[in-house]
Write a protein that binds this ligand. Structure first.
Ligand code: RP5
Length: 162
């Protein structure tokens, strides 16, 4: 039997410096009331932490993992290679404006997929919304919240540009 209050999403990021971007992911998850856990985990700086987190994620019934990383951003790809959970990658803005992060995250050779979002804040927000879409296929409450969000989202777009 599932504990109703367990985290559904694991949000990991390579460095504390990624938090100013990934906070937008967590804020979005919060708006939908989606419980999540947040950790600094780097594929190259803390590989043991990554393995421990993924073992626990399985036991704790996490359903989606979001990984934000910048530069040589292999966190999402390495994560996806260890787990069968869906992994969403957020390329963090970097010295190369995030293009390095984007390519490192998106250009996975066939076999191990990473669902890659846009660079920076938009990607962080969309990673949460995509996780919410994935969860909404089995969690009715989340599905209802997503429908309301979409309805309101459309209303916010002005009909005229002036
Ligand atoms: C990556 O290196 C992190 O994801 C971060 O975006 C980047 C720079 O890290 P710091 O030098 O700011 O810790 O692993």
């Amino acid at each position: 039997m599932k504990n109703k209050s367990h985290s559904l999403v694991g949000v990991i990021m390579g460095s504390k410096s990624d938090w100013k971007t990934m906070i937008h992911c967590c804020d979005t998850l919060k708006k939908f009331g989606v419980k999540h856990e947040v950790k600094i985990i780097s594929a190259h700086r803390t590989p043991n932490r990554l393995h421990k987190f993924l073992n626990e994620a399985k036991k704790n019934k996490i359903e989606v993992i979001i990984a934000g990383a910048g530069g040589a951003a292999h966190l999402a790809g390495v994560t996806a290679s260890i787990t069968t959970l869906p992994v969403l990658g957020v390329p963090i803005e970097s010295k190369l404006k995030g293009l390095d992060s984007l390519l490192s995250t998106v250009q996975m050779p066939s076999g191990i997929p990473v669902g890659t979002l846009a660079i920076g804040k938009a990607g962080a927000i969309n990673s949460a919304l995509l996780a919410i879409s994935i969860l909404s296929t089995v969690h009715k409450k989340i599905y209802k919240k997503l429908l309301i969000y979409r309805k309101n989202f459309e209303k916010k777009v002005p009909k005229k540009p002036f």
